[in-house]
Design a protein around this ligand. Sequence first.
Ligand code: PAF
Length: 284
Amino acid sequence: MEIIRDPKAMQEIAIDLFKRSRSVGFVPTMGALHDGHVSLVKASLHDNDETIVSIFVNPTQFGPDEDLDDYPGSIDEDTKRLKSLHLDYLFLPKKEDIYPQNYLTYVEVQGLTNRLCGLSRPTHFKGVTTVCSILFHLTLPTVAYFGQKDYQQTLVIEKLLKDLHFPITIKVMPIVRDKDGLALSSRNQYLSGNERISALRINQSLEKAEHLIHEGERNVYILKKAITEHLSKSKDIHIDYISICHPKTLIDLTQLTIGKVLIALSVYLGGTRLIDNRIVKLAN
Ligand code: PAF
């Protein structure tokens, strides 16, 4: 596994791979790697001639009161883990090389970013699309891998790729969960023992809503009420949002009539913000 820190060196390697018609899978991460990230890396290694993983804790996607300074990091462990997967390239740029002094360029997808997570994190997606644009230019991937846990992020990236004509395909991999159903997230490390137990209500509440839908419930108010009631049984859970919406536009629904719906939610447990979602197919 080759470790590259300099963006220019990364781009030179990427150009060489492109000239040699090597297919390149790219997995952008912020480190603190868990089995969800590993599933993306394994998919890329399986699908492509070469795989590049980046680890970069991107400051522009954190709001002023968020956890940038405490974001979990374990470069040595992450490096060991990636080496054991026989990764080809690990890109570890420094903050000042991605955002040098007097950096002035931002990339923003509108509309989709004002809903769901965008309501409580109004600058988040602008940071994500900016850093992903930079990373895509440096790694020139054929395919970029993202996890469904960040469902809204995958839609925003898809739109970025389409609108700016990036010649990149996005591949979205399923959510990886612990045995007890909690979606894997680097931020799960912040949870206390009791918060970790309360967090199980997140997936349970999604399961409940899915079950109600399969039983024929089509009223979104009733579905949201069931989710809220289940979450609220743990006093340490504070709901940020619950959305039952169109899976492509993220526009909230009041009655379920279309083929598929997205149920997405975000909660705070102490200072930790966790998200999860489910796509539910409606039986005709
Ligand atoms: O999903 C993440 O970890 C980040 O948002 C990403 C895509 C690596 C951009 O910083």
